[in-house]
Ligand binder design. Sequence first.
Ligand SMILES: [Zn+2]
Length: 381
Amino acid sequence: MDANTLKDQLSTEDVIHFVVEALGSNGNLWDSYGNPIFQTVCHNPPGTGSYKLYYYTDTKTFVCYTECGGGGLDIFALTEKAKGLDFKEAFNFVCRFFGIDTRKKGFEIEQNIQEPIDGDLLKTFEFYDSFNEKQKGKKELPEIPEGFLNFFGNPVTPVEWKREGISPEVLYQFGIRTDGCDKIIIPHRTKDGILRGIRGRTFNPIELANGCKYMPVYVEKTGYGHPLGENLYGLYENQKAIKEVQKIIVYESEKSVLMNNTIYGDLSYAVATCGSNITTSQQQLILESGAKELILAYDRENPIKDGSEENFLKIKAYEEKLLKQVQPLANVMNISIVFDYEGVLEPKMSPIDKGQETLEYLLKRKIKIDCIEQQLKGKRK
Ligand SMILES: [Zn+2]
C-alpha cells in the first residue's frame, strides 16, 4: 500500500486515534465545521501544547496555528515533525500503528510473511468495520469474536515476558501471544469474560523510542482498542480470589497482574487500571467485586525522601495525587497505598517488578489513607 492510498483510507476516527495514542495529544476538541483540533504535538512534547493543531477532514491535512511552520502537513509529514523521523520511517510508523504489513511492499523484506487470511476472518474484519462505522461516538464496543485471536496464529507465549518471570501457564490463562513479529498481543476481557479489546506491547525500537510501548492493536486498519477506563484488566480471571480473600490490589499495567498471578496463583487478587487513573466505571467495578480492602500499588513516581523542603513538596503532591484516585471509595472500603520512599524500586517500576520479596516488603509498609490524610493536613500548617 502506498502513502496516498493509506491516507485516503484513514477515517477521521482513525486519525484522532493516531494523534492521541501515537503522538500524544490529550484527546481532541472540535471546530464548528466538525474538524478535530489537537494539542500542538508537532512542536511540543506529548500532552503539553495548546490546542492549535487543526485537522481538515476534507483535505486530510494538519495546520498548526503557531509560528512552528506546520502548515498543510499530511499524517506522514506530521509524524516526521513530531517524532523527528524521515519519510520512510514515518510511513512505517503509521503503517505499524494501523497494523499494515509493509514488509510485502519491499520496505523491509523479511522472511516472515503472514499467511493469507481465511474467509471467516475476512468476515470478521467486515463485521468490525461496519460496526466501527455504526458505533461512532458510542462508548460500548461489541464483543470481538473469539476466533479473531487466531489471526495472530497459535498462542505462542512471548519469550520476553517469560524472561521477566511470568509463567507460561499464566500467559496461556490470559491468552497472551505474539503477533509473530515484535508485538505482544494482550486480549482484554470484561468481568464476564467477553473479549472487548486487544492491546499490543511493542518491542519495535522505533515505536519504543517514540514512547508507544502500549497501543491498541490494529489489523489492516481496523482498530481493536477499547475504552480502557471502562474495564479492569484481570477482574474476569481473578474475581473468584477477590471474593474469597475480600481484597483487591490495583496495579497500573497488565504485566503486573500477570506477575502477581505467577506468584500467587489461585489466590491472586490483582487487577490493573491500564493507566494511572481510576475512572468512575472502574470504581464501580471495584465496589461490586466483593473486596473490603483496596491496595493501590501504582508504579513508583515519588522521589526518595531526603528531608529537603523541595523534596517534601514533591512527595506531598504525589501523595495528594494518589489520594485523589481512591478517595471516592474511602467511605466503603479500607484503603491503603504502597509508597516507596526508600527507593527500593527504580523510577517508573511497578512494586512487583523486582519480584515477590520486594513486593511483600513494600506491602508491609503500605500506608492507610487516613494516616496519609492526617499527615498531609498536619504538615500543611
Ligand atoms: Zn506546531
